[in-house]
Design a protein around this ligand. Structure first.
Ligand SMILES: [Zn+2]
Ligand SMILES: [Zn+2]
Length: 367
């Protein structure tokens, strides 16, 4: 990303600070997806052209003071502009941040934290919140992969346990733009009822949530909500839950990402999909759950990262792929990087013999 687009983003956020409120340089940096780069915020504001409408005066330092400038007159001007807006300074020249600090409605960027590359176009950050199987083998959380690509944040699968690692990493349910579901098994979509209820009652989300998945995903999510919390499916919320029921081979584009579902072999009462997800110029491929199928060659082809399920070490079973089978086909997977996920206990018992990387909860990868 060019410096000028950093600055444009910073100025856009500063423009949202309402009259009579202040924000700190560090706060703006976090909101701009550049935590730890408070100094850049200063540069972006100092370089404003004359007559700019950006309310630069509303950004002060973390102690509630006006930052020193090369020209003292700029400090006086900033204080005068703020006082004119009703912001009061104490005798020590400090603003009471507890009283005047801007609290944006959308706290998503504040909740995600992360490193300085998060949220920038061209960078895709993949974080395994859950890398386990349906039986919590190895004490792992069920399938849930968090992806940040540019300004878009999404989950790939949302197993029943997903809210736990989300809370552990301070990732709020208001911060997720969409959820992509591979297939309708509880360890892949069972976290959605808890996600929706948290978004409604705890994070107080007010932006639409898109859930994309196989045909039948809307009905199954609604049924799951009714079974777990009767009356919860039809309740009125401050946000709309939109569903996109995907047809195999038909890509959709939403929130700056493209999602191509590819049919795989895994019985779950509805078609099971692998995905190729294009985001920020990268291709993320994910097998979902499946036994070996040649479709995985298509899914993995040229992908920057292919996340592939691998359940058993050598036992051949329907619905899942074993390590031995996957390795027999390894040369056919033309991906730049392969990471295995969803290991069962059998595979975990022999993990020292496994050649490719195996995901673990908390693993982060920058593409
Ligand atoms: Zn499954
Ligand atoms: Zn599974």
């Amino acid at each position: 990303m060019q410096e000028s687009s950093h600055y444009a983003r910073i100025r856009e956020i500063v423009s949202r600070i309402p009259r009579g409120k202040v924000a700190t340089y560090g706060q703006i940096a976090v909101l701009a997806g550049m935590p730890g780069h408070a100094r850049q915020v200063g540069y972006a504001l100092h370089g404003l052209p004359d007559g700019s409408a950006v309310p630069w005066q509303r950004v002060i330092n973390r102690n509630g003071r006006i930052s020193l400038r090369a020209y003292p007159s700029a400090e006086y001007l900033q204080r005068a502009l703020l006082e004119e807006e009703g912001v009061l300074f104490d005798d020590a020249g400090k603003v009471d941040l507890a009283k005047y600090r801007w609290q944006p409605d959308d706290r998503s960027a504040l909740e995600t934290g992360g490193d300085s590359s998060a949220g920038l176009p061209g960078v895709v950050r993949v974080r395994f919140l859950g890398s386990g199987d349906n039986f919590a083998s190895g004490g792992r959380f069920q399938a849930c992969i968090h992806v940040e690509a540019g300004a878009t944040r999404f989950l790939v699968d949302c197993g029943a346990s997903s809210l736990i690692p989300m809370k552990q990493t301070r990732l709020g349910t208001a911060a997720i733009d969409l959820i992509v579901i591979s297939h309708l098994h509880g360890d892949h979509f069972g976290g959605i009822p808890f996600f929706i209820l948290d978004a409604q009652l705890i994070s107080r989300r007010d932006t639409p949530l898109l859930i994309a998945g196989p045909p039948g995903v809307e009905r199954r999510v609604r049924e799951a909500m009714e079974v777990l919390y009767p009356g919860s499916a039809g309740v009125e919320r401050k946000f709309v839950v939109e569903y996109a029921e995907l047809n195999e081979g038909e890509a959709i584009s939403r929130a700056g990402i493209t999602i191509l579902p590819v049919r795989v072999v895994h019985g779950s009462g509805a078609p099971a999909y692998a995905y190729r997800i294009g985001c920020a110029g990268k291709v993320l491929a994910y097998s979902g759950d499946t036994e070996w199928t040649d479709a995985l060659r298509t899914v993995a082809d040229g992908a920057d990262l292919f996340i592939c399920e691998c359940y058993f070490f050598e036992k051949q079973m329907k619905n899942h792929v074993s390590y031995r089978t996957l390795m027999a086909h390894r040369a056919e997977l033309a991906c730049k990087r392969l990471i295995l996920t969803h290991p069962g206990q059998d595979l975990l018992n022999r993990i020292a013999e496994v050649e490719p990387e195996v995901a673990r909860d908390g693993l982060e990868i920058i593409l």
